[in-house]
Every structure is written in C-alpha cells, then in structure tokens.
Design a protein around this ligand. Structure first.
Ligand code: BEZ
Ligand code: FE
Length: 287
C-alpha cells in the first residue's frame, strides 16, 4: 500500500526526537505523534473540539483515585484493552482464551473446599465444574483457581456494603486429575460504572454500559502461564454487545438445566439446578 507523505509539521516534530537514546521510547513516540497528527488532519479537528477533548481527558484523570481507574475504563470501552490482550496473549489455538481482569478483582479471597458454595445471596443455583488440563490434555493438579462474580443486583461484593463478606468469590485448588468444582448462582448482566466521563462518552456515542453475565477466573499453576479469563452466559441479552468487548465466542457457555434428583442431592442443590461443565487449557511457560 502506498504511504501518504507526512505533513511537514509532523516531519518536524519527529525530527526533534532524533536524539532520543531509548530506542523503544523513540519508536512509540514517533508512532504516537504520527497517528495523532494524521487523526487531527483526517477529521480536520477544530479548536473547540480539541478543547472538549482536553476537558474530557482532564475529567477522566480527576475521576481517578486509589480505587477508581477511569483511564482503564476508557481503554476498556474503546476496545484498547482487548486489542492489547490479543497482541500479548496469542493463545495459538490451544490454550483457553484470556479476557479482561476488570476493576473488581480483590485479593485475599478465602481458599474453599472442592465443590464449596460461594453464593451467600439469592439467585439461580449453579454447579460449575471441569478440569484444568495442559495443551496435550494432561491434568494440571494443584493449580489455584480464583473466581468472582456479581450478585443478582449486578454488584460485586466489594462495591456493595450490604453483601455478606466473601460473597460470590473464592479460591479453589485443582485435584490430582485437574478437577475443580464450585457452586454459585447464575450470573446476571450488569452495567460498568457510568457516573464519570466514560459514562457520558457511552451515552453521547449511542452505546449502552452493559456487560453480559459472566464469572471471572484467575488461574495460576507453577510452570504455566497465568490465565486471566471469564465465562460468559449464552443467550444473555448483551452477549453480542459487551460494553468492553471481552465476551469472546470461545468463552461463551451454556447453563444447562439438570433435573437429576440424585445429582442435586450429591451437591446439596435444589432440583433442577444449572450445570456448566467447562475445562480450561493452560499453556506451559516458556523457559
Ligand atoms: C468487569 O468485568 O468486572 C469489568 C471489566 C472491564 C470494565 C469494567 C468492568
Ligand atoms: Fe466482571
């Protein structure tokens, strides 16, 4: 493809960085400035629009504190975070695909027994189980699987003072055959935070703030790449329009109604309950 010539002013700015000793920084800054100039020229940006952009970025910074990170939310909603994920976590078709960690991960979840119930609030009971395996189908034993999700009101425990401590989050260890299991409730869709400039941007661009129902997973095993992923509910109203673009097709799962009374008894669940059987494939860490 024929490259259009750079604007003389762009050339001038790029030339000013000739003395940059850090090769990667130079590469990043040259590309950034080149794209930024091309963008302004392409859309013939006006002074007023430039000012509104500056005000938006200022407001985004002002919304950030020790807990709230509005810039990451901006990156998420512009699809930059999931592009970054695609660049840096190429799964080469073998391991389970990754997805966004999101802002609601909290360290310090309790380690629970195989099959424990992490739901301390109402919902539709579900059993999630499967195996952790390597790329050849062999078991990954002793891995730490951390899970977290929202309650039926669409809020994570850390956002909601009214939820019991440790509601809908926990850590599990995979067994000798890589097996894991936990009981929970079927997750519901929920909105990302909209009380800041990112919320205004979504509204102004005709977008909704919803994420389809999902359960987050953070899986760590010695010798394997850490897997940050999530499982998204099939047939969720927002499965095709996730506000942060994390719901990859390979991570969409079916909640199957199980009316087998002895299975319900075994897991101490009402009948019928939802069942999801899902394996995770981990990738060996390269030496
Ligand atoms: C989440 O799934 O928790 C999330 C991810 C990105 C932005 C906001 C929320
Ligand atoms: Fe989430």
């Amino acid at each position: 493809m024929k490259q259009s010539p750079l604007h003389p002013l762009t050339e001038h700015v790029l030339d000013s960085m000739a003395g940059c000793a850090d090769g990667r920084l130079k590469e990043i800054m040259r590309s950034l400035v080149g794209h930024l100039h091309a963008f302004a020229i392409d859309i013939q940006l006006t002074g007023d629009e430039w000012r509104r952009g500056i005000d938006f970025l200022t407001e985004t910074g002002q919304k950030c504190d020790g807990i709230r990170q509005e810039f990451i939310l901006l990156s998420d909603t512009l699809g930059l975070s999931i592009v970054l994920d695609a660049i840096n976590h190429g799964h080469e078709g073998h391991s389970t695909e990754s997805s966004l960690l999101g802002p609601f991960y909290r360290e310090g979840a309790n380690e629970e027994a195989f099959g424990a119930n992490i739901a301390r609030t109402e919902g539709e009971p579900a059993l999630i189980h499967g195996r952790l395996i390597d790329e050849h189908g062999g078991p990954v034993a002793g891995a730490l699987i951390e899970v977290w999700q929202t309650a039926n009101n669409g809020m994570y425990e850390g956002q909601d003072m009214d939820q019991p401590e440790s509601n809908l989050r926990g850590k599990f260890r995979s067994g000798p055959n890589g097996e894991y299991a936990f009981r929970t409730i079927k997750p519901t869709s929920y909105p990302i935070p909209t009380d800041g400039p990112v919320g205004k941007m979504l509204l102004a661009t005709g977008r909704h703030p919803m994420r389809p129902g999902h359960i987050h997973f953070l899986i760590e095993a010695p010798g394997y790449e850490t897997l940050t992923t999530a499982l998204y509910s099939a047939r969720d109203e927002y499965i095709e329009s996730d506000a942060v673009f994390g719901a990859k097709p390979s991570l969409v799962i079916d909640y199957v109604s199980n009316d087998n009374a002895s299975a319900a008894g075994k897991w101490d669940l009402p009948s019928p309950f939802y069942e999801v059987q899902r394996d995770f494939v981990l990738c060996r860490r390269s030496a």
